[in-house]
Write a protein that binds this ligand. Structure first.
Ligand SMILES: CCCCCCCCCCCCC/C=C/[C@@H](O)[C@H](COP(=O)(O)O)NC(=O)CCCCC
Ligand SMILES: Nc1ncnc2c1ncn2[C@@H]1O[C@H](COP(=O)(O)OP(=O)(O)O)[C@@H](O)[C@H]1O
Ligand SMILES: [Ca+2]
Length: 523
């Protein structure tokens, strides 16, 4: 198929100027007609044209009188113009602005031939209908209490109008309680009706929707999620994220910005980005899936504390962050992990994972590479056992970053070169150290310095890991007696040496939700 072959080519009017407009299978182009003439005659080399990829056209439709926005200055002239060229159509398209943000822009073309105008609308729409990855029908869940509690307004004011413009039909559910979306997806929703699910909320809300979809898919295929080695079936529906939470790192790390309109446009044009999902088990009990941060110690304690301060909104993390930092707890236990082998890079690589990252975009190869690797591993006669590394120690934090976890608080993220769909997670072990050193490490999440370049920090790219707290008889949080749970502050030691306080157990935070067990296996 010749992508350059012209489907339509006409002289139309744009803001009172005559333009040559050309549509082929992949691009819509317009340039001033006389400039074009000069160019082709060799008089001027300048191409005063613009073009839009067909795959980035949001919609095209007839423009009724008065819909076209013109400046006050030219109103009189415009009136005369619209009498001469009364037929018009408007193309809405994606315009890239700064820092990965997208906006919906518009261009209106006029002509004096109704049939020509209709033909442009029809042929352009025919091209759009060939883009089969675009969703036509979406199921939207809004968490009205996420982040600054603006989810409903963000959806209604910024997202719904763009979906309407793109002709997408939506069923919208405003959640009434936690796990409403998860349970609806698991058991009730008629998923055949939809091309995708949209999450309006934060990472916790995304996690609910992910759990609903993944669990529903496993149930439908008879897969037992409680089996730590079960071969999970991929979900066929995509999840779009409209950021309206506190951290929104899944949106930031995948799209490159936390901006509702940008997300809506990515959804409309049918973008997709596969991502890694970790399963977390306690023995043969499935606990949760994780896509961003699984954190024990510092982040687990921070999250435990911040849950009591939800009313504060996103600021709860700052307050609990300071409190947890001052507590300076460490935890003893054993971490075992299976390193990722092959061509999967290293967490210390300088190539950071950004929106449009070459490695994450390279979908088939990273997936193939991973599934090939999994096959090799699963079939290897010594199984997983021979390759496990085991580390006993005292840790301030044990973090598994399955994606970079970039977010506005930490623009390069917890593990800047962790990738979205490489089948691995970056296991970061922060050993017991002074408060000052831990502060230096934390601070480096916010600047250009390398947060892994400390003697007390090690990082491994892994396919699986396990954690066993030292006092393993008390590995369920329900078993913990109050005196063992360190809730208050430990004395602040200015000498910055051995002033850490050892509590028995911390909790795992899994994408912002707390897990009920400290001993876990992660795949
Ligand atoms: C001295 C300055 C120290 C600053 C340290 C900043 C370190 C930031 C690392 C951020 C990692 C974020 C990983 C994201 C996890 C989210 O999934 C989770 C839930 O998000 P949401 O539902 O939208 O609230 N959020 C967190 O775990 C919060 C981490 C807070 C870090 C301060
Ligand atoms: N209607 C609701 N009422 C209370 N909690 C809800 C509701 N809908 C969803 N949730 C829960 O709110 C939690 C936080 O949601 P999220 O959108 O991630 O906001 P934040 O980023 O501020 O944590 C999630 O765990 C989710 O299960
Ligand atoms: Ca990964």
């Amino acid at each position: 198929m010749d992508k350059q072959a012209k489907l339509l080519s006409s002289r139309l009017f744009l803001k009172l100027r005559q333009v040559e407009v050309v549509l082929n299978r992949s691009v819509l182009t317009w340039r001033e007609a006389d400039k074009e003439r000069k160019r082709s005659s060799g008089i001027s080399e300048a191409a005063h044209g613009r073009s839009v990829q067909v795959c980035e056209i949001v919609a095209v439709g007839r423009t009724e009188d008065g819909d076209d926005k013109r400046t006050r200055k030219s109103r009189k002239e415009a009136k005369r113009h619209s009498q001469l060229y009364p037929y018009a159509f408007t193309v809405s398209f994606v315009m890239r602005t700064r820092q990965h943000q997208w906006r919906c822009s518009e261009v209106t073309f006029h002509c004096n031939d109704q049939e020509l105008c209709n033909q442009w609308v029809r042929v352009t729409n025919e091209q759009l209908s060939l883009l089969t990855n675009r969703p036509k029908s979406l199921l939207v869940y809004i968490n009205p209490f996420g982040g600054k509690r603006c989810g409903k307004r963000i959806y209604e004011q910024k997202v719904a109008p763009v979906f309407r413009r793109a002709g997408i039909s939506t069923d919208v559910i405003v959640t009434e309680h936690a796990n409403h979306a998860r349970d609806h997806l698991k058991t009730e929703a008629n998923l055949d009706k939809y091309d995708g699910v949209v999450c309006v909320g934060g990472d916790g809300m995304f996690s609910e929707i992910l759990h609903g979809l993944v669990s529903r898919t496993q149930t439908d295929h008879g897969v037992d999620e409680n089996q730590p080695d079960a071969e999970l079936v991929s979900c066929s529906l995509r999840i779009g994220i409209i950021p309206a939470g506190s951290t929104d790192c899944v949106c930031f790390a995948t799209v490159g910005a936390n901006d509702p309109v940008t997300s809506a446009l990515h959804i409309i044009v049918g973008d997709s980005q596969p991502m890694d999902v970790c399963s977390v088990h306690h023995d043969d009990i499935f606990l949760r899936y994780s896509v961003s941060l699984l954190g024990y110690g510092f982040y687990g304690d921070l999250m435990t504390d911040s849950e009591r301060k939800r009313w504060l909104g996103p600021a709860r993390y700052d307050l609990s962050g300071v409190k947890t930092f001052l507590s300076h707890n460490y935890y003893e236990g054993t971490v075992s992990f299976l390193p990722a082998e092959g061509n999967l890079g290293n967490p210390k690589d300088k190539l950071q994972c950004r929106s449009g990252c070459r490695i994450c975009q390279h979908k088939p190869s990273s997936k193939d590479q991973h599934s090939e690797m999994s096959d090799k591993k699963e079939k290897s006669p010594k199984g997983d056992s021979g390759d496990w590394n085991v580390i006993h120690g005292k840790f301030i934090a044990i973090n598994a970053a399955t994606m970079s976890c970039a977010c506005p608080r930490s623009p390069k993220g917890m593990s800047p070169s962790a990738h979205l769909a490489d089948g691995t997670t970056d296991l970061i072990l922060v050993r017991k150290c002074s408060r000052l050193n831990f502060f230096r490490h934390l601070l480096r999440h916010t600047n250009r310095n390398d947060q892994f370049d400390h003697s007390f920090v090690e990082v491994h790219r892994v396919r699986k890991f396990r954690f066993q707290p030292k006092h393993h008889r008390l590995d369920s949080l329900e078993d913990l007696s109050e005196p063992l749970q360190k809730k208050g502050f430990s004395p602040i030691c200015l000498a910055q040496t051995t002033c850490s306080y050892s509590a028995a157990h911390s909790s795992w935070t899994c994408d912002g939700e707390l897990l009920p067990h400290a001993a876990i296996q992660v795949r």
